[in-house]
Design a protein around this ligand. Structure first.
Ligand SMILES: [Mg+2]
Length: 340
């Protein structure tokens, strides 16, 4: 099996701001696995917060690809992940790209879409949220109005103006389900006070109110707040699930944090065993990685798979969104097509 890659630089429609900074471009990497004339596509969206850059993804792929050529037949996914772990322990976005390309290739070989390989019903996909980054209240209201076809909005919080921002979004969209994400911005004490202040806007849940390492803090906030608390930065890989379970109501899984579809499945099953709700989120990604995550979405309570909707030139078409609901392509593998 052969691996090739190329940088995939994505430009956002508009600057995207969360509590820890503003993003204008995503420097991703497209990965192709090929075997017997069939190719599979994957994508890495490295995040500096999790220790990765485009250059570290490429370094991982350069180290890993010679190992694959030792395998004349397509490598089983379990073996593929063992080989990647032997190459380097971290690099989850790089591993996710190889993982999703392997699922795409496997599905094409077997003539089945990935959701079918996973035993899932494509009619059971959830609705996805559309994310509104931190901005001036008028800008956030405009974005909420433009997202009129999206029934669920995820609003980024963690500034001194959260109440004003939420009021402008709620005024514009009285109909919408609104969830918020603080991206670790608050201390536990601040979080308890801020969440109480935001309750009047009828929120669905709060994602990562405090620092990712502060599990006790998450537990304090959860006990003091009426809204469900979802762990994102606190829950990265499968081993984190039992660790965070006593402190939160649910977890937000991302392919780029855990290393792909295979470990994401482990996280979903672990979460269910611990009675946690399950969400899947994303980074700024093209339709390659968003579609890969969407194939798992019939297993989710909440989806936030909108990274491809925030970019200018998406090189692929895959999952689409109709009235908020994720619609999976039925072609074999991930079901991706090149955009015209
Ligand atoms: Mg988050």
């Amino acid at each position: 099996m052969d691996l090739s890659y190329e940088p995939l630089d994505l430009r956002l429609h508009e600057p995207f701001t969360i509590a820890r900074g503003t993003q204008l471009v995503a420097q991703n990497v497209r990965v192709t696995l090929s075997h017997d004339g069939i190719t599979g596509s994957g994508e890495a969206a490295p995040e500096e917060h999790y220790g990765e850059l485009q250059a570290t993804v490429i370094a991982f792929l350069n180290a890993f690809s010679p190992r694959l050529t030792e395998y004349p037949a397509t490598v089983p996914l379990h073996t593929l992940h063992q080989l990647m772990q032997q190459t380097a322990q971290l690099n989850p976005a790089a591993r996710a790209a190889v993982d999703m390309a392997a699922y795409d290739l496997l599905g094409k070989r077997l003539g089945a879409p990935v959701y079918e390989l996973l035993g899932l019903n494509p009619a059971h996909t959830p609705r996805t949220s559309y994310t509104i980054g931190i901005d001036e209240p008028e800008v956030m209201a405009r974005k909420a109005a433009q997202a009129e076809k999206d029934p669920i909005l995820k609003v980024k919080v963690g500034t001194a103006r959260d109440r004003e921002n939420l009021a402008s979004v709620r005024d514009e969209r009285p109909d919408a389900v609104i969830r918020v994400d603080a991206n670790s911005a608050w201390t536990p004490k601040q979080a308890i006070a801020r969440i109480a202040e935001l309750e009047e806007f009828k929120l669905e849940f709060v994602e990562q109110p405090v620092d990712g390492r502060d599990l006790e803090g998450l537990g304090l906030v959860r006990r003091a707040s009426k809204l469900p608390i979802i762990a994102d930065e606190s829950c990265i890989v499968p081993a984190d699930v039992p660790r965070v379970a006593p402190y939160v109501d649910g977890i937000n899984i991302k392919l780029m944090k855990c290393g792909g579809i295979y470990p994401a499945l482990q996280m979903i099953h672990l979460a269910r065993a611990h009675h946690l709700s399950v969400m899947m989120g994303c980074m700024i990604e093209s339709s390659i990685a968003i579609t890969a995550a969407a194939h798992l979405s019939p297993l989710l309570d909440y989806a936030d798979l909108d990274g491809n909707l925030l970019i200018d030139h998406d090189p692929y078409r895959g999952v689409t969104v109709r009235d908020g609901k994720l619609c999976l392509p039925s072609a074999p593998g991930l079901g991706l097509q090149s955009a015209a």
